[in-house]
Design a protein around this ligand. Structure first.
Ligand code: ATP
Ligand code: MG
Length: 568
């Protein structure tokens, strides 16, 4: 996807400054014209943009420059598109599945898995199934099923069939009986502690000697709820001396008496993930089962279960689990943050859930581009949010109207100012996005930090309006003189007329977790300010670019002003 002229200028200016320690516009212009031939038609305008950018970049510290440049290096790397290759794939016959447990709202890690499953199937003209792996009644809810489906639809992912693992409980019970008969499983009535000790000592317990009939009878009692939770489990006969602890007679069923959101009170013996995943994949005709790398040690168990039931084995493919610095990408980590009231809910903008991303104006296209950039690689990495945000910025740049937002506003009066209507373009490069008109009479809100940087006697410009000079600054009292409509002024600042200013708050989400994974108290920064009156016309959910601040999405309109969430 092409980036805008401004972004192209930014990229080459940063590269030039990085290579030569100082950005020199004369050396950069050729590269810019190379990518944007039309910019030649307005050489004056292009040079002006370039000179301004060079000035900005030359004032950055080396670290800031490197940070900005990272964004572009990432983009270039990403453009070498990673194809998804599946071993042994037959065109038209590939079946993949996305198997979430409905135990929470979907997050960006789910987006990675789902996009890989979906794109792999699409590449080979096959299909992707959606399967709810719902065999833990204590954690699962219909609300989460609905949220997962909505999340997928928001991403733009469609599935061909939808199934629920808990709908096949009777078949799992039959399979268990088959394993008892084959002496491949047994009911273990040891305590949890004893089971753990046995595994550590690599020693079998007496239960493993039970015969098929006794096992079947005990299992029936487990199913009928005649045995209490924790008093019996079904174990697969693996190998207690195996180096891989997963194979030391793992659990296939445990007793859970809590009602199930879909099956009600019908079942009391619930199969484990290890048991249902291979069976479901096999029964549902999955050809390529993809899962994250941390399951790798469980692969031998996956195949051993299928073998002992004489079921066809799909291929297993691993990819790395998505991690982002400072973000809890796991339902297990997110749920407690919500129940402890540390974040507001599943859509708190600091979270990596899809709802939160949507709320802060991260577009599904950007999520897709970001997660697919890792492909099926198994390399573990922990990028920051930057790369996702830069994908997003590139897309928002094209679509977002520009608006003025003044942070920490200070009221000023311009002496001798005319009544003037400013005509501002909604987008610098897109005529078709129109313009807005703002009436002014000489009283403005401008940003406190902008004012601080202006020395007495300096002429500066209210962007797209007129020039003024700061003539006096005494005890916090400042005087400004009108200087005329035209003429160059080095510094341009955003403004909002006092008469029509709208109160506005921008919530800026920061990293939620520190390096040790602890919750960061002040991870939500609230910027207070004013914005243009035209922002009142935005519909909830609209994204704008607050110039020199960033992209923000309108979250809600409150009685005393607008609330935005900073996007990127
Ligand atoms: P969680 O900790 O969020 O519960 P999970 O792996 O138990 O993670 P599931 O709902 O069971 O979550 O996962 C559905 C699919 O999404 C699985 O194939 C899982 O591997 C994948 N997945 C979950 N989290 C990530 C992640 N961070 N990166 C990549 N894939 C993920
Ligand atoms: Mg899970």
């Amino acid at each position: 996807m092409a980036i805008s002229l401004e972004e192209t200028i930014r990229k080459h200016t940063l590269k030039n400054a990085h290579d030569y320690k100082l950005a020199i516009p004369g050396k950069i212009i050729g590269k810019v014209i190379g990518e944007w031939p039309d910019s030649k038609n307005d050489m004056k305008g292009t040079m002006k943009l370039l000179n301004e950018e060079a000035k900005r970049v030359n004032a950055l510290s080396v670290a800031q420059m490197a940070e900005e440049l990272k964004e572009f290096i990432f983009k270039e790397k990403k453009e070498e598109k990673k194809e998804i290759e599946l071993p042994g794939a037959v065109q038209g016959r590939v079946v993949t599945r996305f198997p979430p447990e409905p135990s929470g709202y979907p997050h960006i890690g789910h987006a990675k898995a789902a996009w890989l499953d979906f794109e792999a199937a699409r590449r080979y003209g096959g299909k992707m199934l959606l399967r709810f792996d719902d065999t833990n009644p204590e954690k699962e809810k219909q609300e989460y099923v609905d949220a997962l489906k909505e999340g997928l639809l928001w991403l733009g992912i469609d599935w061909s069939e939808e199934s629920y693992t808990s709908d096949r409980m009777e078949e799992f019970y039959t399979s268990a009986d088959e394993l008892f008969v084959k002496f491949s499983a047994y009911v273990c009535t040891c305590s949890g502690e004893e089971v753990k000790k046995g595994r550590e000592a690599k020693k079998s317990c007496d239960c493993s000697a039970r015969d098929a009939e006794e096992n079947m009878a005990l299992f029936r009692k487990m199913r009928e709820g005649k045995i209490e939770e924790g008093e019996a489990i079904v174990r697969f006969r693996g190998l207690m001396s195996d180096e891989n602890s997963v194979m030391r007679d793992p659990t296939l069923f445990r007793i859970i008496k809590a009602p199930h959101y879909r099956q009600g009170e019908k079942y009391k013996a619930w199969p484990s993930y290890d048991f249902v995943a291979p069976i479901m994949d096999s029964l549902e005709g999955v050809t390529h089962a993809m899962r994250t790398k941390e399951y790798e040690l469980r692969n031998p168990l996956y195949f051993a279960i299928l073998k002992s039931l004489d079921l066809r084995a799909p291929r297993l493919i691993e990819f790395s689990r998505l991690a982002i610095k400072g973000a809890p990408i796991s339902k297990r980590l997110i749920a407690p943050l919500i129940s402890q009231g540390k974040v507001q809910g599943w859509d708190d903008p600091r979270l990596p859930t899809l709802l939160a991303l949507k709320r802060r104006g991260i577009l599904p296209e950007a999520v897709r581009e970001f997660v697919l950039s890792f492909g099926l690689s198994k390399v573990e990495s922990e990028p920051g949010w930057d790369s996702l945000l830069s994908c997003n910025r590139k897309i928002l740049d094209e679509r977002s109207m520009r608006r003025f937002f003044v942070k920490n506003p200070v009221k000023i009066e311009v002496h001798g100012a005319p009544q003037k209507e400013a005509v501002l373009k909604n987008h610098p490069g897109k005529q078709e996005m129109g313009e807005r008109r703002i009436a002014t009479s000489g009283s403005f809100f401008v940003g406190a930090s902008d004012l601080e940087s202006i020395p007495i006697g300096e002429t500066f410009r209210l962007k797209d309006l007129y020039n003024l000079t700061l003539v006096e600054r005494e005890d916090g009292n400042m005087k400004f003189n009108f200087e005329g409509q035209e003429g160059l002024a080095a510094k341009k600042i955003q403004w909002v007329p006092v008469e029509s200013a709208v109160s506005c708050k921008v919530m800026v989400p920061k990293d939620l977790l520190d390096e040790d994974g602890n919750f960061v108290q002040d991870s939500m920064v609230i910027e207070i300010g004013v914005c243009e009156q035209s922002c009142l016309e935005l519909t909830d959910g609209a994204c704008v670019q607050f110039e020199r601040f960033g992209y923000a999405r309108l979250d809600k309109k409150e009685e005393n002003g607008l609330v935005f969430i900073f996007s990127c």
